[in-house]
Structure formats: structure tokens, C-alpha cells
Design a protein around this ligand. Sequence first.
Ligand SMILES: Nc1ncnc2c1ncn2[C@@H]1O[C@H](COP(=O)(O)OP(=O)(O)O)[C@@H](O)[C@H]1O
Ligand SMILES: [Mg+2]
Length: 293
Amino acid sequence: MSQKKIDKQMKQIEDKRAKGRIFKKDSSFLKAEENVFDVPTLKLLYSFANKGIISELGGSISTGKEANVFYATGNEGEVAVKIYRINSSTFKAMDPYILKDPRFTHIRHSRKDIIFAWTQKEYQNLLRINKAGIRAPRPVTFDRNILVMEFMGENGIAYPSLKDVKMDDEDARLFYDQIIENMRRMYVRASLVHADLSEYNILIDIENEEAVIIDVGQAVTLNHPNAREFLTRDIENIKRFFKKYGIDEGTKEIAERIKQKKEEDTIIEPDPEEDAVDAGNNEKTNEKETKEE
Ligand SMILES: Nc1ncnc2c1ncn2[C@@H]1O[C@H](COP(=O)(O)OP(=O)(O)O)[C@@H](O)[C@H]1O
Ligand SMILES: [Mg+2]
């Protein structure tokens, strides 16, 4: 599409938007964020606004390698809006996580399709993780490259990452045990391995002394061929972080703890809700049953 055409479409959308007043910032903000707000993404945000899911889009919380996260408010209260950039240059890095996932073998391997499937996967993983009794954002909705989820924070201020929290050895022990228990619940109850767990993807709700697991787009099911390797890597990351607080448990011992089933565990069966999501919410991804290279 030519720049002129994009500008024209942007203007049309902005005119519509002016009526709905969903964005706090002016259009220069959108231009600066052009990578995120391509025309289809703006249209999608607008459709979320029409549904009331987003009534006001606030500031940027994070600009990552593949996605931007924004704060917003709407009929579900405070939400985080994670927008995967279609133009992301690192999307190739997603391949190993999604292409071998048995849940996603039917997707077409184009850039867009991988990103849409990735967004859907993060939504589904969040559902499963919440069901497993792990504190994580509750997913609100998704479509194409946008995921809307519960905002983990208060009054517009996100909880800090584990890496930024000042704590003594006793606090560290508490969070360490919580995190290992969360990994165990994820493994045993949800049949998932996070696959990118580190002090960056764990937030701390200081008031409730609770670890919050985020960024689960790459989490894989246990039947993924690399699940074991990803689990070991997660364990090593957690070990490395907590070493400075005098915690030094063996990798093997931790892995055993994570795989241990307890009496109170309920195993989450493959979810009819997930199938419903497959069939309904994201028709675009689902249409493409044929595999094309
Ligand atoms: N649900 C949420 N509530 C509050 N902050 C969030 C939420 N999700 C993400 N964030 C913030 O945005 C940052 C990036 O989000 P993340 O999901 O880790 O994306 P990335 O793939 O870019 O690492 C997080 O470190 C966190 O600070
Ligand atoms: Mg992250």
C-alpha cells in the first residue's frame, strides 16, 4: 500500500476515532508508533472500542522485541492491551515454539498467520494457567494480533518485575517457593512449560506478597518435542536469579519438585472452551486449514 493511501486511511480512522475518543494521545503519538498501529490494527482497536472493551487507551507500558503493551480502561476495568507487531523483524524467532505445537499444526506458515496463531496461543495459555490456580492475567479477549487481558497493577501502575524488587533473603525464599510451585502447577495441572521464564516475566504484587506469571505466548504443551529442554532452561534462569539470595537447589531436585503430582491437583483436560475459541473468536486463523509453504 502506498504511503498516501495509508495516510488517507489513517485520517479516516482518526476521524472516526475522534467521535469515539478512544485514544488519549494525539495523532503524532500514533505516527511515532506506526510499527504497531498499522491500518488493520487501528481498525481492530476501533472495533474493541465499539464493544466497550477499550474506552480509553492510555500510555505505553512496554515496547518489546515483538509486541507493545498499552494500558487501557474499559468495561472490564483496567486492562493491558498487548499488540504484536505484524512488521516485527524477529517473528522468525517464534517458529520453534509454534510450528511444532500439536495444537497449531494446521496454521499456514505466513508471517501474519504465525502472529495471529501466537496471539491466540497466548490467550489460550492464559486461560489454562489461570485454571491451574496460578496468579496470571485473566485473558479478556483476542483477535488477530491483539490480546486484551487483566491489568496486573493498580491505578494505572503495573506491578514491578521481579528483577526490580528489593528484597531480603527471607522474601526471596518466599517468592522462590511460589515460583517453583507455579511451575509445578503449570506442568502437572496445565501440561505446560512456560519456556521464557525469568525475572523479566514475573511481576511481584508486593502488597499481597504474590508472584504473577506473565508473557506466556511461547509456553508449550508437554508433548512439544522441546518441552524438556525449555523446562531445564526455565529452571536454570530461576536458579541463576535466586543464587544471590543464598538459594542453591540442584536442577535435578527442582525438576523433580516440578513434576511431582499432589493429591489436591486437578488435571486440566483439553478444553472445550479452547475449541470454541478456535471455531469462533478468531475465524481468520481458523479458516485456513490447508497448509501452504
Ligand atoms: N497484564 C499485564 N499487566 C500489567 N503489565 C503488563 C501486563 N502484561 C505485560 N505487562 C508489562 O509489559 C511488559 C512486557 O510484557 P510481556 O508480556 O513480557 O511482553 P514481551 O514479549 O515484550 O516481553 C512486562 O514486563 C510488564 O511490565
Ligand atoms: Mg516479557
